[in-house]
Design a protein around this ligand. Structure first.
Ligand SMILES: C[S@@+](CC[C@H](N)C(=O)[O-])C[C@H]1O[C@@H](n2cnc3c(N)ncnc32)[C@H](O)[C@@H]1O
Ligand SMILES: [Zn+2]
Length: 278
């Protein structure tokens, strides 16, 4: 049998999940044809790219996130730095899961979380095309979308879980997208997050300390039954990964002499906020 191209395989996969989609311009249902065009009855249409992702942006947006940043992130995540976080999130998700990762970047968190949950359907959306290209390149059997999480191309009440990891959020949109009894899981940095790097980037400046108090308060106001889990761990960092860690976050770009940086270990310190829709 002829091997399907990346694009053909993605069209085939997305077609099985068309009920999840709604036009981001008029909210009508959409159809995907065999040539990879998804459209609504009002002739708004969006294309499957050759790399295997759907593009829902009507015009390109410039973001501060580059191909190099996402490749560095992918390498750091593959090293296992975020494994305890992914495992904790996977433990929170029981039963059949249709997961939307909002601001998914290069897709590794979603792919690695879904790998721990039998039959999970994973959908990732990010406004940065470079992130989604990297996601589609590495992870198949997922739905990857370039789009705005505040005005998403999805049908209301579609997802059992919405992930929002170290990314901006839009709670009204998240509530619209959640199934009844669905969960929003937002990960926000706590004061020790990448602290070894922070100290080198911002020594003696107020940026050295980070507070997420307002974010946590806003989340608590927006969702019912909020739980907060703090997760803190420090793990050794292989020498070869230091330069990748500096590339994966804008914080690393503030360091002038990056070759002199020594980071034998690195700390992950986050709050995992878990809320339910109405
Ligand atoms: C710090 S990165 C985190 C990426 C990924 N969740 C991770 O932890 O590796 C923030 C991400 O949010 C995305 N983002 C920012 N605004 C967005 C929007 N309005 N819609 C979708 N994604 C957005 C950025 O493009 C970027 O990939
Ligand atoms: Zn439309």
């Amino acid at each position: 049998m002829k091997q399907l191209s990346k694009r053909e395989a993605s069209i085939y996969y997305v077609k099985q999940h068309m009920a999840l989609f709604a036009c981001p311009l008029c909210q009508a249902k959409m159809q995907l044809n065999d040539t990879g065009t998804m459209g609504c009855s009002k002739n708004h249409s969006f294309d499957m790219a050759k790399q295997g992702y759907m593009n829902f942006m009507t015009k390109p947006v410039a973001t501060m996130y580059s191909k190099e940043l996402f490749e560095a992130r992918q390498e750091v995540i593959a090293s296992g730095l975020y494994d305890p976080l992914q495992q904790k999130i996977a433990e929170l998700l029981v039963g059949e899961q249709i997961i939307l990762d909002t601001g998914c970047g290069e897709g590794s968190h979603l792919a690695r979380i879904c790998a721990q949950i039998p039959n999970a359907v994973g959908v990732g959306i990010d406004i940065a095309k470079e992130g989604i290209i990297a996601a589609a390149k590495f992870y198949s059997e997922k739905i990857w979308c370039v789009g705005d999480l505040a005005n998403s191309p999805f049908q209301s009440a579609s997802f059992t879980t919405i992930l929002n990891i170290l990314s901006p959020a839009n709670y009204e949109e998240f509530k619209r997208l959640l199934q009844p009894n669905g969960k929003v899981i937002k990960v926000v940095p706590q004061e020790g997050y990448l602290k070894e790097l922070r100290v080198q980037a911002f020594a003696d400046s107020e940026k050295e300390n980070y507070s997420n108090i307002q974010t946590v308060e806003r989340f608590k106001e927006s969702f019912a039954h909020v739980n907060v889990h703090r997760l803190t761990y420090t793990i050794p960092l292989a020498t070869g990964l230091v330069s990748r860690l500096l590339q994966m976050t804008p914080m690393g770009w503030h360091i002038e002499n990056s070759e002199a940086v020594e980071l034998p270990q690195i700390t992950i310190d986050v709050d995992i906020l878990i809320g339910e829709g109405e």
